[in-house]
Design a protein around this ligand. Structure first.
Ligand SMILES: NCc1[nH]cc(CCC(=O)O)c1CC(=O)O
Length: 316
């Protein structure tokens, strides 16, 4: 274990409930290991705009934190990993990936109904092309309503009766303490989560090797890092971003080797939609299993299969 440093680490954070909770999770891990930390608020264009993410572009929530890091205003940046663009950022290193929360999406609906119980025409809110396309492909006749805003804003649309239901990440609800509102945890067979959903990415400057080692030894969770690497390789190979209609979920599973001994392997499922508009949405699926050390290759293989099936030209 790397020794805590005598300097106080400055951790940049956005002000939303979700971001604060995520940052506090990491801050607490560091403090419990004897490291002094300080939270530094950073505001991002993503927080100030209510336009759809597809319009304001990927990286809206993460670029300001990265800029603060590069400007030496903070030493550590904590991001929802799924919001990070796949392209590496010069000058910045991914020091740690925290143990992921339950990666699945959930439904919050007005009368406690599950997806299958919602009547045709029920209004379901989500601004995510990944969720929109997979919901549409269930063929339930739901009316998908594009929405944005923080978790509380979205929940309010159900409580006010404006919408019948919304789909959110379970991890976000866990972090803001609202698990009791969930009416259904959605099976990944119906909606595959976003690559890296539920995991936090903790970044520092490339030249700050001490902080990098400290974060790796205190925060990093190997199994999550491996699973997320496979999922993110799908996204990177498809040249898609966090607002693309792409889902991926990797899990460590037990398998038997050629001698019949139990070995841990990585299983990966991927989904891509060919269109996000119009009535016909085509959903493409691929999956694979590989050695845990082959996470990146597994991701690329599953993505190639999706490309062979026709997943091209996805929005970035
Ligand atoms: N795109 C917004 C966002 N970024 C991270 C989370 C939740 C936490 C996570 O998935 O790690 C959410 C909210 C949601 O998708 O419901």
């Amino acid at each position: 274990m790397t020794n805590p440093s005598s300097r106080t680490l400055r951790i940049g954070t956005r002000a939303s409930n979700l971001a604060m909770s995520q940052t506090r999770t990491i801050a607490k891990m560091l403090e419990e290991a004897g490291q002094k930390v300080e939270l530094v608020p950073v505001s991002t264009p993503g927080d100030r705009s209510s336009a759809p993410i597809a319009e304001i572009g990927v990286g809206v929530f993460t670029s300001a934190l990265r800029e603060a890091l590069l400007a030496n205003e903070v030493d550590v940046a904590v991001h929802s990993y799924k919001d990070l663009p796949t392209a590496p950022q010069p000058g910045i290193v991914l020091a740690a990936v925290s143990k992921r929360e339950d990666p699945r999406d959930v439904l919050i609906s007005r009368d406690g109904l599950t997806l299958g119980e919602l009547p045709p025409g029920a209004k379901v809110g989500t601004g995510s092309p990944r969720r929109m396309t997979q919901l549409r492909a269930l063929g339930l006749g739901l009316e998908i309503v594009p929405i944005r805003g923080n978790i509380d804003t979205r929940i309010a649309k159900v409580t006010s009766g404006e919408l019948d239901a919304i789909v959110l990440a379970k991890a976000g609800l866990t972090r803001v303490g609202k698990l009791d509102l969930i009416t259904e945890v959605i099976d990944p067979m119906q909606i595959l989560p976003a690559p890296a959903q539920g995991a936090l990415a903790v970044e520092t400057r490339v030249d700050d090797v001490d902080t990098e080692h400290l974060l790796r030894s205190i925060v990093d969770h190997e199994a999550t890092r491996v699973a997320v690497a496979a999922e993110r390789a799908v996204l990177a190979t498809l040249q898609a971003g966090c607002s693309a209609p792409v889902g991926a979920l990797a899990e460590v599973v037990e398998d038997l080797d050629s001698e019949g001994a139990v070995v841990e392997r990585l299983s990966l499922r991927g989904v891509a939609a060919t269109a996000t508009e119009g009535d016909s949405v085509q959903i493409l699926r691929a999956s694979g299993v590989a050695d845990k050390h082959e996470a990146d290759r597994l991701g690329r293989t599953v993505a190639s299969e999706l490309l062979d099936l026709g997943a091209g030209a996805l929005s970035r």
